[in-house]
Design a protein around this ligand. Structure first.
Ligand code: GYE
Length: 313
């Protein structure tokens, strides 16, 4: 497939008419899932800012949480003959036909933040994302330590069918499964959103009440919603009930400083620079690794007041 993209790169150069040493701006389509979380807003901002910095003509499409709209956006980018496409895919399944259309049109696709299930990985140039299984594992290991290897946990899952929800659950549950005295007593989809996280947590509290000793949320926004539900029920989040989540957005640091969130596993959304490096490389015909793993850190309540000073999102 590299030769196809190389062909696309050549074509782009020809169209650009580089004769006078001037580079014509690249046109790149970016299909974003929506704006369900602070993480995603930060990712959008990073990609927009990086496009502006490089003089890229960015066609931005927000699918408002609807995969069908993302597919339609991709088709429209193909019809407009963009030079490349950046795709943040909502769920893992269902992309193969439209990715084939892009490939046939010789438009390379760079995946950001979430992966896809396809039978042929030449359908995308590269995936730039965190290791979600590892994030889940780290959250679980922290809880094992803090709970002394026993207790009842509830899990707020991310958007069903999405790579981060699938993998954060997998990594977490693999660690907990080795602890016979630790139990996940409830687990449900909260769609990575604050209001949904709160709603699901209210239902968990109605069903399990004081049996709940810890909350594991697949993102900070849902944890913040859950904290509101716990507060309303007089259940002391951060003290009587441990709360851990993923992303490390500013709101998580504020919740840690307030003593209500205990820890957060970082997931870096500032993918703009890497995404456009990848686009430029693939258009030059350079080979890219199929996956580029973003390095992430881990933050706890105790240092949150210091850590927040240097956070960028
Ligand atoms: O963790 C969550 C968001 O795909 C990694 O999506 C991303 C996740 C992120 O809505 O907050």
């Amino acid at each position: 497939m590299r030769s196809l993209w190389f062909g696309a790169a050549l074509a782009a150069l020809l169209v650009a008419g580089c004769g006078e040493g001037g580079k014509k701006a690249l046109t790149v389509g970016f299909s974003q899932i929506g704006a369900e979380s602070a993480w995603r807003t930060a990712e959008t901002k990073s990609i927009r800012e990086e496009a502006a910095k490089r003089g890229v003509d960015l066609k931005f499409s927000d699918a408002q949480g609807d995969q069908e709209k993302q597919i339609a956006a991709l088709r429209s980018f193909i019809a407009q003959r963009v030079d490349a496409i950046i795709l943040a895919p909502k769920v893992e399944d269902g992309w193969e036909p439209v990715l084939r259309e892009a490939q046939r049109a010789r438009i390379p696709v760079v995946l950001v933040d979430r992966g896809v299930n396809v039978t042929d990985d030449s359908l995308y140039a590269t995936l730039i994302a965190s290791d979600f299984v590892d994030e889940g594992r780290r959250a679980a290991e922290w809880l094992v330590k803090k709970m002394g290897g026993k207790g009842n946990i509830v899990q707020l899952e991310g958007t069903s069918g999405s790579a981060p929800a699938n993998d954060r659950k997998k990594g977490f549950e693999a660690v907990i499964a080795k602890r016979p005295e630790m139990k996940i007593i409830k687990s449900q989809d909260g769609d990575f959103a604050r209001d949904k996280g709160q709603e699901v947590m209210e239902a968990f509290i109605r069903a399990e009440g004081k049996k709940i000793q810890a909350v594991y949320a697949h993102n900070d926004d849902m944890a913040i919603g859950a904290i509101q539900a716990l507060d309303a029920a007089g259940m002391n989040p951060g003290k009587d009930v441990l709360v851990i989540s993923i992303d490390a957005v500013r709101g998580a640091f504020e919740a840690m400083i307030a003593g209500k969130l205990n820890a957060t596993v970082e997931c870096n959304p500032l993918l703009g620079p890497d995404a456009f490096d990848a686009v430029e490389k693939v258009l030059r015909g350079e080979a890219l690794p199929k996956k580029m793993v973003v390095k992430d850190s881990f933050f706890e309540q105790g240092t949150a007041a210091e850590d927040i000073k240097t956070r960028q999102y």
